[in-house]
Ligand binder design. Structure first.
Ligand SMILES: [Fe+2]
Length: 396
């Protein structure tokens, strides 16, 4: 495996004159309580490079941010430096979490104006940051909860290809020097390549509202949907629809709680997130699930425990779909990895426990072998595992 530049999947249609045609996932910004410490957590546990930063020493007086890179994943960890800063206010309400799923476009102002014409609400007006090397223009629209989609257009030295090759992220960012974890991570890669999908939890009854919002404002279309008959255990359930960008560059599943005998994981999330919708998980794609999960486990990533009984039925379930899982079955069980299949192929996936003390944001590590779905067959096994954790937290 290599941490070298890894492209996202090629868009399925060529670039068009549509201002909302997405070029890439530019970055995902997290608001965190202490970005300096969080950067080291994500570097040590998930193998990210702490590549660049801006803070008081670089002249950033209101916020400190750290750019973490791995493959084509760019996480921007931001903390507010004053009690009144937006990042601090939101961390107080929600804990650490995703603030912005930012997309690269040809012209951020044109994309923003098109999204507003389509019925989107402005989160912030276009801002241009430039210096003698180039410029970065950003403009944001509000999606569910306090989450934002920024449109980002880049020129000169800040072109995304140059950022991928190690160039500066934006004016004002300084390169991190002499961090030993960066050296270790280059020698011991975890193989995470790009953001496969990004899941939002919204309130009961609001899923279809946000499905329509993605269709109308951003020109997304429905990719898959699941109802509570698909995703339920005896006690809890959810409903989910997967929205995809026009070129399938990013998929945004949207979950809402469904009625069960006990509290669903979506409701638990909302209750610990100030009853405000937000991002539940980011799925990070690898080409080698076993090696990635083994590396992450050895670094201390806390994954969900999969009941051993899961492996009594999984191979029959997958071969019933006509697929033979070519990875070592025993290692899959030892690493506690989930397997699912559909008519296009199979997938391997595993979910971390929450990444912070509140039971909110977590990561998924996913490897696709043809399957383009999201592990529907695992939902029941997964929910049973999740409920054990909810029980432990006293939230069931
Ligand atoms: Fe997922």
């Amino acid at each position: 495996m290599s941490t070298a530049r890894t492209p996202s999947p090629a868009p399925e249609t060529p670039a068009t004159t549509d201002p909302l045609s997405l070029i890439d996932v530019d970055h995902v910004r997290l608001h965190v309580g202490n970005a300096k410490q969080a950067a080291l957590f994500y570097a040590h546990t998930f193998g990210f490079q702490v590549d660049q930063y801006q803070d008081l020493t670089t002249g950033s007086r209101d916020e400190a941010s750290y750019l973490l890179k791995q493959g084509n994943i760019r996480l921007l960890l931001t903390t507010g430096l004053h009690k009144d800063s937006v990042a601090q206010q939101e961390v107080m309400r929600y804990g650490d979490g995703v603030k912005d799923i930012a997309v690269t476009v040809e012209d951020a102002v044109a994309a923003y104006e098109q999204a507003i014409r389509n019925g989107g609400e402005s989160a912030y007006e276009p801002v241009e940051r430039s210096d003698e090397h180039g410029s970065v223009v950003t403009a944001g629209i509000s999606t569910y909860g306090r989450v934002v989609h920024s449109f980002v257009s880049r020129s000169g030295a800040y072109d995304l290809d140059q950022v991928k090759d190690g160039g500066a992220f934006a004016p004002g960012f300084a390169k991190t020097e002499g961090l030993s974890v960066n050296v270790y991570n280059r020698q011991n890669p975890c193989g995470l390549m790009y953001v496969d999908h990004c899941v939002g939890n919204v309130e009961e009854g609001k899923m279809n509202h946000w499905v329509e919002w993605y269709e109308q404002v951003l020109g997304f279309r429905m990719f898959k949907h699941f109802d509570d008959a698909d995703i339920s255990t005896e006690f809890s359930a959810l409903m989910s629809k997967v929205m995809a960008s026009g070129n399938n560059l990013i998929k945004m599943p949207i979950n809402e709680p469904a009625t069960g005998k006990r509290k669903s994981q979506i409701l638990e999330y909302l209750e610990w997130h100030d009853m405000s919708p937000g991002v539940q998980h980011l799925a990070l794609r690898t080409d080698d699930e076993l090696t990635s999960v083994a590396a992450l486990r050895s670094r201390g990533v806390d994954f969900l425990m999969i009941p051993d009984t899961y492996y009594q039925t999984v191979w029959d379930r997958v071969s019933a779909q006509g697929w033979e899982v070519r990875e070592d079955h025993e290692k899959i069980r030892d690493l506690g990895i989930l397997v699912d299949a559909d008519d296009e192929g199979y997938l391997l996936q595993l979910f971390t426990k929450p990444l912070q003390d509140r039971p909110t944001l977590f990561f998924e590590i996913i490897c696709r072998r043809g399957s383009q779905s999201f592990g529907k067959g695992n939902f029941k096994a997964l929910f049973e595992a999740l409920e054990i954790e909810q029980e432990r937290r006293g939230n069931l």
